[in-house]
Ligand binder design. Structure first.
Ligand code: ADP
Ligand code: MG
Ligand code: MG
Length: 190
């Protein structure tokens, strides 16, 4: 299966889960994560529908640029950077591209694991991919990382403004990042 199918499946899952993502963001943020991402991914799907690309790298680069330009808030530049960096590393295979994307998020966000962000789902998934684990284990790594954000105190993004009060809630970006991994397993793991 293609990276185009991956991106389209991510868009489908985010659209379906948008109310839930926004609800998570209402607890520790500004209640816009689902709306932000689904708006951006709708624009991505429109771009995919109306353009053709010479290769998958060019396609992922377009995805990144559309997300950067259409998603407000922290998650737009971060997911945009993920796809732009992944685009540049696709020639080295999917695990390397995914790793490059995750490293891009960390660099752009000046963030690391344990800070209650999307990286808590993305980094374990990248590590499982690099270790050659099967897709079920990769998804499990993302889900475990996502769920482990619940007790954490947020150190980055809007949730960090809450300090200790951010603990006890699942991070919305870790939830959407798990959808990115699930979409990869569904489309690329087949
Ligand atoms: P905003 O907080 O600007 O409204 P969103 O609600 O769309 O943006 O996205 C919030 C999510 O972005 C958080 O749940 C978190 O996972 C992620 N995030 C925020 N800041 C960072 C960062 N510096 N590094 C990694 N992820 C971050
Ligand atoms: Mg928000
Ligand atoms: Mg916002």
């Amino acid at each position: 299966m293609s990276v185009e199918a991956w991106v389209r499946e991510f868009a489908r899952l985010v659209t379906a889960e948008a109310p839930r993502l926004t609800e998570l963001d209402s607890a520790i943020g500004d209640a816009d994560h689902g709306a932000n991402l689904s708006r951006g991914l709708n624009a991505v799907v429109s771009a995919l529908d109306t353009s053709s690309f010479p290769d998958d790298g060019a396609l992922l680069k377009k995805v990144g640029m559309v997300l950067v330009s259409t998603v407000g808030g922290a998650s737009g530049p971060l997911y945009g950077t993920f796809f732009l960096r992944a685009a540049g590393a696709l020639g080295d295979g999917f695990p390397a591209a995914f790793r490059a994307g995750v490293d891009g998020v960390a660099a752009r966000g000046k963030s690391t694991t344990g800070e209650k962000t999307m990286l808590d789902a993305l980094v374990p998934a990248a590590e499982a991919l690099a270790a050659g684990k099967d897709w079920a284990a990769v998804v499990d790594a993302a889900e475990t990382g996502r769920d482990a954000t619940i007790p954490l105190v947020a150190r980055k993004g809007r949730a960090s403004y809450l300090g200790e009060r951010s603990a006890g809630h699942l991070d919305p970006g870790a939830a959407s990042a798990t959808l990115l991994v699930t979409a990869a397993a569904t489309t690329l793991g087949a």
